[in-house]
Design a protein around this ligand. Structure first.
Ligand SMILES: [Zn+2]
Length: 390
């Protein structure tokens, strides 16, 4: 029918117009491009600026950062990286700072850079440096006590750690020392609850599974968030569980929550919680957002980002066990930017056992039976997760 055809034609015309105006808009927007190319003995990264912009280079481990101070708005475009030495491009932006993050396969590199002003290009050549010593010592064997107990403990429920590739689990009792965490109405301190639950969970794992459990602290002491992640990585942890007690301005908020990492919080409450957990340690510090810490945190996030899928699965299973064992209302798994998880290079979750800010749950949290139930629930979640891997 003619009428229909006309409508179709008109729609098509309108669509094309929209399409082409979008296209020209995109073309008009200033764009910063980053690309990589391999040469015989180096890899070259070319940053093409939309306009002359001040920048500085900064090496940080296996990363090279290109910091650009600018309030101008432009798009960042990276070509897919196909290089034997350059691993990825990422970027971090805030209102007046762009950081291009060039991830190199390892930290043994030297870079040479120069500018081609005519093309507004920054050229960075990456040279791989020789490995210091080819021998990689089998570390830690000598320092650790003989694993007699581990070896003696029979693997339970058909799980043999070697077969599943899980050898060390790191448990992280939240807070500690001067940094007490959240405080209940009856004076209960989060740091004490998290340690009590962690010690019970450690005992459960070591009794029933032939796994090594490492604690980020085994007594009342300060441990920085960075060190908690470092402990996990130094021990080559294959699972990391941070244990906390929740706190909310809503007094009747209740139940367990299990988190895995995201830079974006699931909701406003998750964001507030992450803020509280991240900043409890330095309440005296003036609050400066967009500071170096935030950026480092985002960079560190790349350690955890490789494990988000597994972390999510682990969180789901643990949350499921907490729900059925404790009969707490399902608050679901959530994502939030918890600093303690960002640097951990293995599946990692953060469990908020219950609300210390809710007087009823505070009473539960100080009960040994309740602490044991929480430990049991997390333990059962772990067992299920490990079975999944087989
Ligand atoms: Zn906490």
């Amino acid at each position: 029918m003619i009428g229909t055809n006309e409508t179709t034609t008109r729609r098509l015309a309108a669509f094309s117009l929209l399409f082409f105006s979008l296209l020209s808009f995109a073309a008009a927007q200033p764009t910063l491009r980053v690309s990589a190319q391999d040469y015989e003995d180096y890899s070259r990264v070319i940053v093409t600026f939309p306009s002359p912009l001040p920048f500085a280079l900064e090496k940080d481990g296996n990363l090279l950062l290109v910091r650009i101070n600018s309030t101008a708005s432009f798009r960042l475009r990276t070509e897919p990286v196909k290089s034997r030495f350059i691993k990825s491009f990422n970027w971090v932006t805030s209102s007046d700072l762009y950081i291009i993050v060039i991830e190199v396969r390892h930290e043994r590199f030297r870079q040479d850079s120069f500018q081609i002003e005519k093309k507004r290009q920054l050229v960075i050549d990456f040279y791989e440096l020789a490995e210091p010593q080819p021998v990689r010592p089998e570390p830690e064997k000598k320092e650790e006590p003989p694993p007699a107990v581990e070896a003696a403990a029979p693997p339970v429920e058909g799980i043999s750690p070697a077969a599943k590739g899980i050898r060390t689990i790191v448990l992280d009792p939240g807070h500690g020392g001067l940094e007490v965490g959240a405080k209940g109405k009856f004076g209960t301190l989060e740091k004490d609850i998290t340690l009590a639950i962690s010690l019970r969970l450690k005992a459960l794992i070591e009794k029933n599974l032939a796994f090594h459990v490492e604690l980020t602290r085994d007594r009342d002491m300060n441990v920085t968030l960075e060190n908690r992640a470092a402990i996990a990585n130094n021990h080559r942890a294959e699972l990391f569980i941070s244990i906390h007690a929740n706190s909310s301005y809503r007094r009747n908020a209740n139940g367990s929550e299990t988190f895995f990492l995201s830079l974006n919080a699931t909701d406003e409450e998750a964001r507030r919680l992450a803020y509280l957990e991240n900043n409890a340690a330095d309440l005296d510090k003036p609050l400066a957002s967009e500071n170096k810490d935030d950026i480092i945190m985002i960079l560190w996030d790349m350690a955890q980002s490789a494990y988000l899928k597994q972390s999510q699965r682990l969180a789901e299973i643990i949350q499921d066990e907490l729900n059925s064992l404790l009969g707490t209302k399902d608050r679901g798994i959530k994502q939030a930017p918890f600093k303690v998880l960002t640097g951990v290079a293995c599946p990692a979750v953060l469990v908020e056992a219950a609300f210390i800010s809710n007087p009823e749950e505070e009473r539960d949290l100080i009960q040994e039976a309740f602490q044991e139930n929480v430990a049991q629930a997390i333990y059962r979640g772990l067992v299920r997760y490990i079975k999944l891997l087989s």
